[in-house]
Design a protein around this ligand. Structure first.
Ligand SMILES: [Zn+2]
Length: 255
């Protein structure tokens, strides 16, 4: 009897965190935006999903950054972003007062003399609620939402309900909505979806490969084949990213 020999650690790219042989860095599109995207990443997401869509989003968007944490009221970098008088900051999160980002700017929002900053929570739904609960300065932010152009394409991490999108998909939807609103003129935001599709194909290939330890056995079910949540849970979840009518009963995570 002998211990199994430890696995040789596979070389990894420390920018995209994928195995070096599959490094994304040279093939990612550069999606220029006037809007600054701030991805607030829950530490769990950072640890488990280092190579996840929050990171890929940041690598594709020069005008973006990732900040890791749970409670942000004492996070100096995030607080500087939130309190800068030259910034118009909006939190991508459902709520009865959330602005539909795709609406024509008849409401004068966003003010043209300020830098639009979109804050995105990169976490599971329950972790995102916790981040908000522990960060009153985020609770006070105006909220923005969109009506998704398609249900989540995410088959990798099972999404609890159709309106719940990955960070990469959400940022694509925001850019698409802001293009529609006329405050952003980003060419071909669909390039982000191409990255997303490629990531999924790679992960599905991994899942099918018996030599890949650490990846799940068995295939992912398609979103359409999954059972949805029911009752109260379904109602709460169904509000996420819907239009204002859908969110009318949502008191927000802090409520
Ligand atoms: Zn890389």
């Amino acid at each position: 009897m002998s211990d199994p020999s430890p696995r040789e650690p596979r070389p990894r790219c420390y920018r995209c965190f994928w195995p070096a042989a599959l490094c994304w860095c040279d093939s990612l599109p550069v999606v220029e935006t006037a809007t600054r995207f701030v991805v607030l990443m829950h530490p769990k997401e950072f640890k488990r999903e280092k190579a996840g869509t929050g990171r890929l989003t940041h690598l594709c968007l020069p005008n973006s950054e990732i900040q890791v944490g749970v409670a942000f009221d004492r996070h100096p970098v995030v607080q500087r972003l939130l309190t800068d008088p030259g910034h118009e900051v909006v939190l991508l999160y459902p709520g009865s007062t959330a602005v539909n980002l795709a609406d024509p700017p008849t409401d004068g929002w966003p003010p043209s003399d300020r830098q639009l900053v979109v804050v995105v929570l990169d976490a599971t739904w329950s972790c995102a609620r916790k981040m908000l609960k522990l960060s009153p300065s985020l609770q006070r932010l105006p909220r923005g939402m969109f009506s998704p152009s398609a249900p989540s394409r995410f088959v990798i991490k099972q999404q609890p309900w159709a309106g719940c999108l990955s960070t990469l998909e959400s940022v694509y939807e925001v850019i698409r909505a802001l293009n529609q609103r006329g405050v952003e003129a980003t060419p071909e935001p669909e390039r982000l979806l191409a990255v997303f599709d490629r990531m999924q194909q790679l992960q599905i290939a991994f899942a099918r490969d018996p030599d890949q330890g650490g990846y799940r056995r068995g295939e992912y079910s398609k979103p359409a084949d999954r059972r949805g949540f029911r009752g109260h849970s379904a109602r709460r979840r169904a509000n996420f990213f819907r239009g204002p009518e859908g969110a009318a009963n949502d008191r927000g995570a802090a409520g």
